[in-house]
Design a protein around this ligand. Structure first.
Ligand code: FES
Length: 153
C-alpha cells in the first residue's frame, strides 16, 4: 500500500504523498524529494555511498524504510554546508584531495562526520576501522583518513 508521510531532513519538514510503504529512505530522498547527493552504489548495504545520519547516527539509507524515519532528524550531504561555507569535513576533503571520481564522497563525508562526532579518531587505525564500511573504488583511502584526522585534531 501507499502512505503519506512527513520527514524532517536538514532541519526542514518534507511532505511525501502516496509513497509505497516499501520505499527505502535512499529512494525516497533521491526519487521523491530530489535530494540526489546521497548515492546508490550497491543498494545492499555494502558500499556506504548512501550514508546519511538519523538522529546523529549514520545509517545506510538503502537498507532503511522511509516510513520508519518519521519524527527523526535526518541529515544528508546537502545539509552540511551553510550557504557558500563548507562544513569543516567537506573543506578537509577538498584540501586533502580525499576523492577522485567523487561518487563515494557524500557517503564518505557523512560517515566521517559521525566518526568525528562519536570520537572514533584516536589513531589512523581507528579511523580506518570506523570508515571501513565506505568503499572507494578509486582507492583514495590515505587522503580520506588524512581529511578525517585533520578535522579531528
Ligand atoms: Fe547503500 Fe551501497 S547503496 S550501502
Amino acid at each position: 500500500g501507499n502512505v503519506d508521510l512527513t520527514l524532517e531532513i536538514n532541519g526542514e519538514q518534507h511532505r511525501v504523498n502516496q509513497l509505497a510503504v516499501n520505499t527505502t529512505l535512499l529512494d525516497c530522498l533521491r526519487d521523491h524529494l530530489h535530494l540526489t547527493g546521497s548515492k546508490k552504489g550497491c543498494g545492499l548495504g555494502h558500499c556506504g555511498a548512501c550514508t546519511v545520519t538519523v538522529d546523529g547516527r549514520r545509517i545506510t539509507s538503502c537498507l532503511a524504510l522511509a516510513v520508519m524515519q518519521q519524527g527523526k532528524q535526518i541529515t544528508t550531504i546537502e545539509g552540511l554546508a551553510h550557504g557558500d561555507e563548507l562544513h569543516p569535513v567537506q573543506a578537509a576533503f577538498v584540501k586533502q584531495d580525499g576523492f577522485q571520481c567523487g561518487y563515494c564522497t557524500p557517503g564518505q563525508i557523512m560517515s566521517a562526520v559521525a566518526c568525528i562526532q562519536e570520537g572514533h579518531t584516536s589513531s589512523d587505525d581507528e579511523i580506518r576501522e570506523w570508515m571501513s564500511g565506505n568503499i572507494c573504488r578509486c582507492g583514495a583511502y590515505p587522503n580520506i583518513v588524512a581529511a578525517v584526522r585533520e578535522v579531528a585534531q
